[in-house]
Design a protein around this ligand. Structure first.
Ligand code: PEP
Ligand code: MG
Length: 757
């Protein structure tokens, strides 16, 4: 059974659109279960009905024309309860609704299972039989398993149709919402530019050819280059590999010689596709056809086609210099956004960002937030290959991408953008005002930085210090470790720009999702592995060079603090302290007048939370890294979109941990700050202030928003709120209570989390 299941899923996966996917499903399921009917009904929300989308066994003419209103018939019942219904004789069931166009009166046995994707019922898969007998347990289990596996494919095929403006049953549709996670608030309307990694056939977006002749020439040249490579390889391998394996090259050459593949690509280019898109399309078609073949040998040939076409693509991408056109309202879309991609678009043209992978707490999201660009991460259901050039809306408040916006919706969002611009302009006035509450309580508002440009922007926003300088950012931009002198220059620029304001430099925090290209770390569980201080203590030469560089950079400025990331025990702090003292001593021996700076640790692990007081005794200050602390407390990968909705800094366990850290640090009279993204959420900032955090260190882009909210509330109201929320037992309720306080304090709706559009 497992093999049958696997083959059905494989074939459905290879289908080119929703219709063919559904046709394969009904054909294969009917055959496997030896049923007389197999049908798929899909929910079309535009007409609020379950439409018979495919069937083998019912009248063909009914397909696409017959539908059941939501809740109607046995199909409606299966969908409503999201549970299978298995009946010996369907016609005896009170919910049975006879559809005469289908000819189903001949069938008695009925088994319907829901097709569920991300908790919502997409439709119902039904098998029927003329005998009066229940489908057995094995058959029911098979259909449930299959339906669970197919739901994702069906959702993807439906979404692809929606991008084209077509609902599952072929109606015109608009305002299709694709959920994701908000990584940076704000709204943007613009045209999608899809960026893709090189030489990956699955990620080539569809684009029109600008010059058909040129595209054909690029393609033919690339094809010739591959032909040449193949002949050369064939020759080189003579006598070195078995003759059978060498024959593979003959097969390749025949595929290329027998102009079939090439001609097809040229035909598609002539129809208007760009060469890369045409090649990717033809490759997919051939791969699909081969994969569909029953014969094992032939179906394996799909791999050869993929390989061959990837080789052609490689040359094509070298020959065809793709100069991406960025419109004035560019929304950058990619399967996986990278910091480098953000840099490719001229700043004034980049209005929004969408990433299929990643979540709101990944480092690229933090960068996007720093740049203040509305961003959605983890839009896993968005068929981005078909999005290039289309108008989309990024709603960074709700965490949604909307395709095919209707005039009405566009108008609504345009007015939100106007409101947003006015709010931001209003915030500018706060730059030089102190961060004090309505009842005169002073809050220290610092910033997180990594690159020099951020530091300058932060100063411009009225930052009072740097609570976190991520030293790994300059490391990430190089091809080798920067030397001590190079580091010292970078650090001095930061320290100088901010002097006499304090700059907290964190020692190198690589590992997890931050891999240096020249120092790869391959691990099964990178977030639980070799990260942060664990790496630098194992490489004292790297650690010492960095500390020496920091200390040298601070000479005469005296505004440096050093902070250690990912601390999980006292030994790490003691070892790091020894090395820092050693570096200091060395510099003194070199006759440099270096003062010993304050040293602090980050609390990012639950283990450190419970040792706050012990750790606080060893250092001068404590800073909470709530991004990692939330991830480790809730066991939710900060980059994984599937579990992004479980990642909440408002979870009572997180709030309890934070409160505990503050009170323990206070017992040792050590200052305590917070530098995770949570501090930049205006509502959360109010709670953190009430807990007693001495410093909130936030992104430059959110600094004025936080200041504005703190200036609107009183410490007394914040403390009352904290007292209330510490009694609450779930994140959502806490969020609502915080929003209510902000609402009562007259905070702008765009600064609250529960906006009504
Ligand atoms: C944190 O974990 O909260 C933090 C500030 O560090 P990073 O986001 O760089 O891991
Ligand atoms: Mg961290």
């Amino acid at each position: 059974m497992l093999e049958k299941l696997r083959r059905i899923v494989q074939k459905v996966n290879a289908a080119k659109d929703l219709r063919s996917a559904l046709d394969i499903i009904v054909h294969r399921v009917r055959e496997t279960l030896e049923a007389q009917v197999c049908s798929v009904y899909l929910l079309d929300t535009d007409i609020n009905s379950h439409v018979l989308m495919a069937s083998e066994g019912l009248n063909e003419e009914a397909v696409g024309h017959v539908s059941l209103a939501v809740g109607e018939g046995l199909v409606g019942l299966v969908a409503k309860h999201a549970e299978p219904i298995n009946l010996q004789d369907a016609s005896l069931h009170p919910s049975y609704h006879y559809l005469k166009e289908t000819g189903e009166e001949n069938f008695h046995a009925f088994l319907g299972v829901p097709i569920i994707h991300h908790r919502s019922v997409l439709g119902v898969l039904v098998v029927q039989h003329d005998e009066k007998r229940r489908f057995d347990e094995g058959e029911e289990a098979f259909l449930i398993t299959l339906s669970a596996q197919l739901a994702g494919v069906i959702a993807h095929a439906e979404a692809t149709g929606a991008i084209e403006g077509i609902s599952p049953s072929g109606q015109k549709t608009s305002d299709t919402v694709f959920p994701g996670v908000s990584a940076s608030s704000g709204v943007a309307i613009g045209h999608a530019v899809v960026l893709f990694p090189l030489a990956d056939l699955n990620q080539i977006p569809n684009r029109p050819a600008l010059d058909t002749e040129k595209e054909i020439k690029y393609f033919n040249n690339s094809l010739n280059s591959v032909r040449k490579d193949m002949r050369e390889l064939h020759g080189k391998l003579a006598g070195r590999v078995a003759e059978g394996e060498r024959q593979l090259f003959d097969v390749y050459l025949r595929m290329l010689d027998d102009d079939a593949l090439g001609n097809e690509v040229v035909e598609r280019i002539k129809q208007g596709d760009w060469a890369q898109g045409a090649l990717a399309y033809v490759a997919r078609e051939h791969v699909r056809n081969f994969e569909m073949m029953e014969d094992e040998y032939l179906s394996e040939r799909a791999v050869d086609i993929k390989d061959l076409c990837s080789r052609v693509l490689f040359y094509l991408q070298e020959k065809e210099v793709v100069t991406t056109e960025y419109s004035n309202n560019t929304i950058l879309v990619s399967e996986e956004l990278t910091p480098a991609m953000l840099g490719e678009v001229p700043k004034d043209k980049l209005k929004g960002l969408v990433s299929i992978k990643g979540s709101g707490n990944s480092h690229v999201a933090i960068l996007a937030r720093t740049m203040g660009i509305p961003t959605i991460m983890g839009a896993v259901d968005l068929p981005y290959n078909n999005l290039d050039g289309r108008e989309i809306i990024v709603d960074g408040y709700k965490g949604e991408v909307i395709s095919n916006p209707s005039d009405q919706l566009r108008k609504r969002y345009l007015s939100t953008i106007k409101e947003q611009d006015q709010m931001i302009a209003g915030l500018e006035e706060l730059k030089d005002l102190p961060c004090i509450t309505a009842d005169d309580h002073r809050v220290n508002l610092w910033v997180n930085t990594g690159l020099m440009s951020e530091a300058m922007h932060s100063l411009d926003q009225g930052a009072e210090g740097i609570g976190l300088f991520r030293t790994e950012e300059p490391f990430l931009l190089r091809e080798r470790f920067p030397s001590e002198q190079e580091q010292s220059d970078i650090y001095r620029r930061q320290l100088k720009a901010f002097a006499p304001k304090v700059v907290t430099m964190r020692t190198l925090d690589v590992g997890g999702d931050k891999a240096l290209p020249y120092f790869p770390i391959e691990e099964a569980n990178p977030f639980l592995g070799w990260r942060g201080i664990r790496v630098t203590l194992d490489h004292p030469e790297i650690f010492m060079a960095q500390i020496r560089a920091m200390l040298r950079a601070s000479i005469g400025l005296e505004n440096l603090q050093i902070m250690l990331p990912m601390v999980s025990n006292v030994n790490e702090v003691n070892s790091a302290m020894r090395l820092i003292k050693k570096a200091h001593h060395e510099l003194i021996l070199e006759e440099l007048e270096v003062n010993f700076p304050p040293i602090g640790i980050m609390i990012e692990l639950p283990a450190a939370v419970y040792q706050t007081r012990t750790l606080a005794k060893l250092v001068d200050f404590i800073s909470v890294g709530s991004n990692d602390l939330t991830q480790y407390l809730l066991a939710v990968d900060r980059n994984n979109p599937r579990v992004a909705d479980l990642y909440s800094a408002f979870h009572p366990a997180v709030l309890n941990a934070l409160y505990h850290v503050v009170s323990e640090a206070q017992k040792e009279n050590k200052p305590v700050s917070i530098c995770g993204e949570m501090a930049g959420d205006p509502g959360a900032a109010v709670l953190l202030m009430a807990m007693g955090f001495d410093i909130l260190s936030v992104n430059a882009a959110t600094l004025l928003k936080v200041k504005s909210v703190i200036r609107s509330v009183s410490l007394e109201a914040a403390q009352d709120l904290l007292e209330q929320v510490m009694q609450m037992d779930d994140a959502q309720t806490i969020r609502s209570a915080v929003d209510m306080t902000l609402y009562n304090a007259g905070v702008d709706r765009l600064l609250r989390s529960s906006r009504t559009n």
